[in-house]
Ligand binder design. Sequence first.
Ligand code: TRP
Ligand code: ZN
Length: 474
Amino acid sequence: MPLRRTAQRAAPRLLPACLAGAVLAGLLSCSGGSTPPAGAPGAGDRLFPAAGNGGYDVTHYGLDLSYDPVSGRLAGTAAITATAEADLSRFNLDLAGLTVSRVGVDGRTARVARSGTELTVRPARALRRGARFETTVAYAGVPRLLTDPDGSHEGWFRTDDGALALGEPVGSMAWFPGNDHPSDKASFDLTMSVPAGLTAVSNGDLAGTRTAAGRTAFHWHSTAPMATYLATVGIGHYTVTRSRTPGGVPLYVAVDPRSDDAQTAAALRRLPDIVDWESGLFGRYPFGSAGAVVDHLPAGRVGYALETQNRPVFPGDGDGPAVDVPTLVHELSHQWFGDSVTPSSWQDMWLNEGFATYATWMWQEQQDGVPLSRSAATAFADPAAWAFPPARPPTAADVSAQPVYDRGALVLYELHKALGDTAFAKLLRGWPAAHSHANASTADFTAYCAGLTSRDLAPLFATWLYGTAKPARL
Ligand code: TRP
Ligand code: ZN
């Protein structure tokens, strides 16, 4: 995958003493047949073939990191607990940039090789299928900002008071090694040490803070499994507000004071009601807490909000208010559609964006009196929505393109017409419940819908989900 390098220094491609060893041994074990096969360097994603890896399933990431905002250096250890899904003489992790000083598997030093964004680990002892194993990676460096095939930026953004990590689709590898594909979700513990006076905000719940020797370590714990692309950390000056929604969901909202404009403050005042309103439509809020992270970045640096788990990130990069209500509704709806029910592959991303777009249409109808039929008609009329079918983005550059959002939402609009109010309301609650804290594909979705009606939905899906031609009318 062509990730353009933005760091001045070239990353070390290989670690000392492992070049010939690991590569040659890997080749021999592949052709030999009697030794365990290596894990594949990708999870098999059609659009992002290098994303993720084969042969194991991560159950937990323990990230113990420290950050120096002056030098921009991140340093620490990732402890990755996984289960081998095959006999493995070696396996890969995704990591972009940074310098790896040591890799251990179950306490023994492993050999490692690097090539592009692939870190190949060869444990001292081959792993048996079904074995639970822990990989520790000690690493450090100035993390990179990555450029995606669509030209957008992700990974690690330096800010004037700290940093902000965003990882959709493949940016988590800029700040921790892992299995960077949505199909492999895991629980997380992140401990981030920062200079005292700064805050580190992340996903999950704040399990504790500890200040010693001029530094404060923030420990964030995510019990619910999380896809790597949803992991975030914001480091800097934030005003933190803790409260609860009227329905009882704990909130942790961190706002960079410089992005706290009047419209942002007004939008954030709606956050508790939005969480409860969405819970009424989509079922119980899927996580232990909710909230938002509002940061401050130079103009045009990020250009999008992101549905990071528990608390979406709003970059506040000078292009209007940092947060507006429709975007807040959109990102919070992703907590059900994307974060709890996570796409099996990147071509299933319309399951995220279609529902999130539709959620905003519902909000605008119920709160602002904008008929949903008008929002649908506007989307239908826009030629940009018809560039490709929502369930078939042609290339990696298309995952965040308009058809994924607007045609995705039109699929739901058509389903509402076909199913009627009662069955459609069941779909909105039942789909997130059926795959909560797991993964789902487009095929899972169409099968689920088929179970809600005696009507044949195949023509609807052929036209709206997979069809290239624009239908004559809505
Ligand atoms: N998925 C994000 C959302 O809809 C937006 C987003 C993330 C995005 N990365 C992007 C949009 C890259 C365009 C380009 O909430
Ligand atoms: Zn979205």
